[in-house]
Design a protein around this ligand. Structure first.
Ligand code: NAI
Length: 735
């Protein structure tokens, strides 16, 4: 079907000659009613005549087309649009084309040279477009063209004024594309090349002759047709060739270290890398751009980053955070009732399939081991967020359209039931000021009756809400951890389906970002994106299968940071590193190699822990007694020990060469504590030692330094801290 413009009203500015005339004729030929605007100025903006526009109108009418003339300058934007409304009753399409040149070398550019060019090109396009905007918005249709130039995109000698105004139009178009999208107003920009009176002074005559405006006009018509969904595009077009332009950004380099000032020398050192376009990315929105900058912040600070998996949508425009008021506030409790249906729906949502016989225990309620996937534990707790409870918290006046789900931590205290009623209590654990935004830590405890079954920590990033003078870090934050620097121990690749998000949302995340193309477009995405918590579910079950034989009782906890969105249909590649009972994970989109979940890990209960008999049969670990004693001592003397030691010690106890237990002695935070299992943050030093050698050291029979040099005691992290071991252990010589 040929492209018709019947019923459409088109305004072409500067249509008395050159390209504009060609556009006007082409639109009219295809049925449009055309307003032919031209001031009839000379190429430098001087003079005025109605002849140019009149001639084009005559030509259109002679061919049976519909056209009227307008002789106002584009600086009188309202008048141009009024002509369209008076003559044809509406305005559908606007081609901002009018232009002049006042070329001078930069030093000789006068104020007038500068101002006139800006007035006609940039301000003129602004004024005409603004006059048309509300009409287009109300009728939910509009197509706008901005005309830039290669001189603006690349720079050109003698055209400083023109280059600046022309690239200004690209900026204007970019924002109109964002603001207009939801009203079906699309704005695109062309950089044409054609012989015209503007180019006859710079091009040889035969080139002026052969680069015909009619080789540009069809592109303008296509961009302005209702069938064309292009928006925010930038194109070079001439001689019958059309190419599209976009931004490319190098991978870049972080030149700053935690708690260190940033220096120009560091920039110099990394300069080649900063400018290296290998594996360049192509950011296409402020969100994407900001995303990577914010993620750098968090990489340096080892703290929260953000993913565009918006967790909450509600309306609020006032912005203001007062941590003193907000922290400790509780959200209204929520209840969640479920049956096996929700468990199965969730399992399908995170990609389980009957293709894999292993998955049946999560998909069939009649299976003898029917279970709920551990990561279903986020579902009952997310209601607190989804219900917009955050909006009711005093001291949290934030723009909920700017809310991103940054990180997630989930810990289960018991395997989840497959049906029942759970209640969740959510508390604002902390609010952090990250400069570019605020991070809200929301702790949610979920109970089955009186029994605490899970703990979730949602890290919610609020873009633009920072700068309220709050602290940057929190001891309450469950920190993400980087994976070891070796190649992964295991990799699982799994594909999501085109309908993965459509399926996952049925588990209770109804944000239209994951299903509604126009809503996703408003957020700057080409299409709806997968839920971050869906990728999270994929990654967790990959670990559960790889390292725990799909046994949900082995699952203890998971932490992830959402880095980038996944599009439904892409494949997820989960890379895993086993470090004792902790499995570090990193998840990528296989097709693009982009990291989507970082700093992530799953903690498993040791196989021995899962079956307590094996411990007693094996005689248990002697070191357990010492740790129990250390725990008691910390309770009594913790504050004093914290002062003396000020460090977190991780312990890995081995037996017969296998990792059998992990402990953390925290003599840094609060008044000290002992935990079984690895530290959720980064231990200052981690010591690996066999159960037997640990006892030797604890009883003072083996000097820790000697044990180290004898290879009996391995130390990772700050080795100097091992000297403080004696402070911790000395009392046990008596044991
Ligand atoms: P042109 O000089 O033939 O057409 C420009 C028209 O705009 C003229 O008819 C002029 O009377 C009119 N005009 C000037 N000031 C006006 C005002 N204040 N209000 C209303 N009308 C006004 O030039 P051409 O080549 O057709 O250029 C069209 C557009 O394409 C311009 O914006 C130009 O900067 C741009 N362009 C053209 C290139 C080319 O190779 N021809 C290269 C890059 C950009």
């Amino acid at each position: 079907m040929s492209l018709s413009f019947e019923g459409r009203v088109v305004l072409v500015t500067g249509a008395g000659g050159g390209l504009g005339k060609e556009y006007a004729l082409a639109f009219a030929e295809r049925g449009a009613s055309v307003v032919v605007n031209d001031l009839g100025a000379d190429t430098k903006g001087g003079g005025k005549s109605s002849a140019a526009a009149d001639k084009v109108v005559e030509e259109i009418r002679a061919k049976g087309g519909k056209a009227v003339a307008n002789y106002d300058s584009v600086e009188d934007g309202e008048k141009l649009i009024q002509t369209a409304l008076d003559a044809f009753g509406r305005i559908d399409i606007l081609v901002n084309n009018a232009g002049i040149l006042r070329d001078r070398s930069f030093a000789r550019t006068s104020d007038l040279d500068w101002d006139l060019i800006h007035r006609v090109h940039l301000r003129g396009s602004f004024l005409v477009t603004r006059a048309a905007w509300n009409h287009m918005k109300n009728q939910k249709f509009g197509r706008i063209i901005m005309t830039t130039s290669a001189a603006g995109i690349y720079g050109n000698f003698g055209q400083a004024n023109y280059s600046a105004a022309k690239l200004g139009l690209v900026g204007l178009a970019n924002t109109l594309a964002v603001e207009g999208r939801k009203y079906n107003i699309f704005c695109n920009t062309i950089a044409p090349v054609a012989g015209s009176r503007l180019t006859e002074t710079v091009m040889p005559p035969d080139l002026v002759e052969s680069l015909k405006p009619e080789y540009v006009a069809p592109m303008v018509l296509w961009l302005c047709h209702e069938q064309c969904q292009e928006n925010g595009g930038l194109f070079e077009v001439g001689a019958g060739w059309i190419g599209k332009l976009r931004w490319e950004r190098s991978q870049g380099r972080i030149v700053r270290e935690k708690n260190q000032p940033m220096s120009p020398e560091a920039v110099r050192e990394q300069w080649d890398k900063i400018c290296d376009f290998t594996d360049a990315t192509k950011p296409s929105s402020v969100q994407e751009s900001l995303q990577s900058v914010v993620s750098v912040l968090s990489r340096v600070e080892e703290e929260v980053s953000a993913s565009p998996t918006a967790a909450v949508t509600a309306a609020s425009s006032a912005s203001g955070i007062n941590p003193a008021e907000a922290v400790g506030q509780k959200l209204p409790p929520t209840t969640f009732s479920f049956t096996h249906t929700q468990c199965i729906l969730y399992a399908l949502g995170v990609g389980m399939s009957t293709k894999d016989p292993d998955h049946l225990r999560f998909l069939y309620e009649g299976h003898s081991d029917f279970s709920c996937l551990p990561t279903f534990g986020v579902i009952p707790s997310q209601a607190a967020m989804m219900d917009g409870g955050l909006a009711s918290i005093p001291g949290l006046n934030i723009d909920f359209t700017q809310v991103l789900h940054g990180e997630q931590y989930l810990e289960l205290y018991n395997p989840l039931p497959t049906s029942g009623q759970l209640t969740s209590e959510a508390t604002i654990a902390d609010v952090l000021d990250k400069g570019s935004g605020a991070v809200i830590l929301l702790d949610v405890n979920t109970y089955n009756g009186d029994e605490l079954i899970s703990y979730n920590q949602f890290s919610v990033f609020v873009v633009g809400a920072g700068g309220f003078g709050g602290k940057r870090t929190s001891e309450k934050a469950k920190a993400p951890l980087p994976p070891p620097k070796r190649a992964p121990d295991a990799v699982v690749i799994d594909s999501t389906t085109r309908d993965q998000a459509a399926l996952y949302r049925l588990s209770g995340d109804w944000n239209p970002l994951h299903i509604d193309p126009s809503f996703a477009a408003m957020g700057g995405f080409k299409s709806p994106i997968l839920h971050g918590l869906c990728s999270f579910g994929f990654a967790a079950r990959h670990v559960l299968k790889q390292y725990a034989n799909n046994d949900p009782s082995r699952f203890k906890a998971i932490k992830v940071r959402f880095v980038k969105p996944v599009m439904p249909g892409q494949s997820l590649q989960t890379e895993m590193w086993k470090e004792g009972n902790r499995i570090h994970i990193q998840c990528k989109v296989k097709e693009t190699d982009a990291v989507v979940l970082s700093g992530a890990y799953v903690d498993l209960h040791g196989a021995s822990e899962a079956s307590p008999e094996s411990l007693t049969k094996g005689g248990g670990l002697q070191s357990e007694l010492v740790f129990a004693e250390i725990g008691r001592r910390i309770k009594d003397l913790g504050a004093e020990l914290v002062k003396k030691v000020n460090a977190v010690f991780g312990w890995e106890i081995t037996k017969d060469g296998k990792n059998v237990a992990q402990w953390t002695i925290d003599l840094k935070n609060g008044s000290g504590s002992l935990h079984e299992g690895p530290y959720s943050g980064k231990a200052d030093v981690t010591i690996t030692v066999s159960d037997e050698d640990f006892m030797e050291v604890a009883q003072g029979k083996l000097n820790p330094q000697k044990a180290f040099f004898a290879g009996k005691l391995k130390v990772r992290g700050n080795i100097m801290l091992s000297q403080k071991l004696e402070v911790i252990l000395k009392d046990y010589a008596k044991l």
